[in-house]
Design a protein around this ligand. Structure first.
Ligand code: HEM
Ligand code: FPP
Length: 297
C-alpha cells in the first residue's frame, strides 16, 4: 500500500473532501438566500454569520457520515472509489469523530446564537440525509432521491427560520423549488452512471426501470419545476426580474430535458446534470437580486 494510503497520512484535503464542499457550497448559498429573503432590509449579522456556519457545518457533517455509511458502495464505483474512506486515507473512526465535531459545533452555534427551531430543523435534515436516505431510502426504492430530496431542499427554510424564528409559507416555496429540481438534477447523473449503480446493486431509477423511463421522468419533473418556479412571482413574493430569470432559465432547462428525452447522444446526461447546478445557482441569485431591486407592474 502507498504510504499516502495509510490512515496516519490523512491530510486536510481528505477531511475537506469528506464534507462534499462543492455540494455544500450551493446548499449554503440557498440558505443564505433564504436569510436575505426573510428580512425586509438586511438579516441580523448574528443570524447571518452563525446561521450560515451552523447550516454549512451540519451539511458537511451529514456528508462525512454518508462517506462512512456508503464506504463499501463507494469502493465499487469509478466515480467514488477514490474518496478518502475507500482509499484508506481516512479511517471510519477518524471520519466519524470529524462528523461528530462538526455536528456539535453546528448545533452549539445554532442553538446558542440563532434559535432552537433552526437547530432542530437542521438536525432533522442532517439525520434525513446521513441516516434515513443513506442507510434506508437509497437501497429501498427508486423513489429514494425524490423522498430524500427533502433534506437537500430544507436549507432555504433553515435560513429563513434563522432570521424569523418561524416557518414562513414563502420559505416553503423555496423548499418546493429545490425539491422539484432534485430529480432532474440527480437522474441525469444516474443515467450517465447507470452501469455503476447497477454493479453496486443500488436501485436508482435507470437501474430499476430503464434510462428511457428516466429520461421521460426528467422531462416531466422539469415541466413541474418550471411551473413551481412561477409561484414566487404569482404569490407576490418576487417581482419581474425574478420572473424573467425563472422563464429564461426554465426555457433552457426544458430544452436540455427535451433533447435528453429525444436524442441518445452520450454527452447529454452529464451536460444536463451540469446545467442543473448552474440553473439552481442562477435561479437563487435572481431571487436575491429581485429582493433588493423589485420591479412590479
Ligand atoms: C437527494 C438529493 C440529492 C442527490 C441524490 C444528489 C446527488 C448528487 C450526486 C450523486 C452528485 C455527484 C457528486 C460527486 O460526483 O461527488 C451531485 C453533485 C452535486 N450536487 Fe447534488 N444531489 C442532491 C441534492 C443536491 C442539492 C440540494 C444541492 C444544492 C442545493 C446539490 C448540489 C450539487 C452540486 C453543486 C454538485 C456538484 C459537485 C461537484 O462539482 O463535485 N445537490 N449531486
Ligand atoms: C442542512 C443539511 C444538514 C442538509 C444535508 C443535506 C445534504 C448534505 C444533501 C446532500 C445531497 C447529496 C450530495 C446527495 C448525494 O447523494 P449520494 O450520497 O447518493 O451521492 P454519492 O454517491 O455522491 O455519495
Amino acid at each position: 500500500m502507498e504510504p499516502s494510503a495509510s490512515p496516519q497520512h490523512a491530510s486536510w484535503r481528505d477531511y475537506y473532501e469528506l464534507g462534499k464542499p462543492r455540494v455544500v457550497m450551493l446548499i449554503v448559498f440557498t440558505a443564505i438566500v433564504g436569510m436575505f429573503l426573510a428580512a425586509p432590509g438586511l438579516p441580523p449579522p448574528a443570524a447571518l454569520l452563525f446561521g450560515t456556519l451552523g447550516i454549512g457545518l451540519a451539511a458537511s457533517s451529514a456528508a462525512a457520515i454518508n462517506h462512512v455509511l456508503d464506504r463499501r458502495f463507494d469502493a465499487q464505483m469509478a466515480r467514488t472509489k477514490n474518496r478518502p474512506l475507500p482509499t484508506g486515507h481516512v479511517t471510519e473512526r477518524q471520519a466519524l469523530t470529524y462528523a461528530a465535531i462538526l455536528a456539535v459545533i453546528s448545533m452549539t452555534l445554532l442553538w446558542g446564537w440563532v434559535n432552537l427551531l433552526t437547530a432542530t430543523l437542521t438536525f432533522c435534515s442532517l439525520i434525513g440525509y446521513a441516516v434515513i436516505y443513506t442507510v434506508w431510502l437509497k437501497h429501498a426504492t427508486p423513489q429514494n432521491i425524490v423522498i430524500g430530496g427533502a433534506a437537500g431542499a430544507a436549507p432555504p427554510v433553515l435560513g429563513w427560520t434563522a432570521v424569523t424564528g418561524h416557518v414562513d409559507p414563502y420559505a416553503l416555496l423555496l423548499f418546493l423549488i429545490i425539491f422539484t429540481w432534485t430529480p432532474p438534477h440527480f437522474w441525469a447523473l444516474a443515467i450517465a452512471r447507470r452501469d455503476e449503480y447497477a454493479k453496486a446493486g443500488i436501485p436508482m431509477l435507470p437501474v430499476a426501470y430503464s434510462t428511457d423511463f428516466t429520461r421521460l421522468h426528467i422531462l416531466l419533473y422539469t415541466i413541474l419545476l418550471v411551473i413551481v418556479t412561477l409561484l414566487p412571482y404569482l404569490t407576490g413574493m418576487s417581482g419581474l426580474i425574478y420572473l424573467a430569470a425563472a422563464l429564461v432559465l426554465g426555457g433552457f432547462f426544458l430544452v436540455r430535458a427535451s433533447q435528453l428525452k429525444m436524442r441518445t447522444d452520450a454527452r447529454l446526461p452529464m451536460r444536463t446534470f451540469s446545467f442543473s447546478i448552474t440553473y439552481l445557482a442562477l435561479l437563487f441569485a435572481a431571487l436575491l437580486l429581485d429582493h433588493y431591486v423589485k420591479i412590479r407592474i
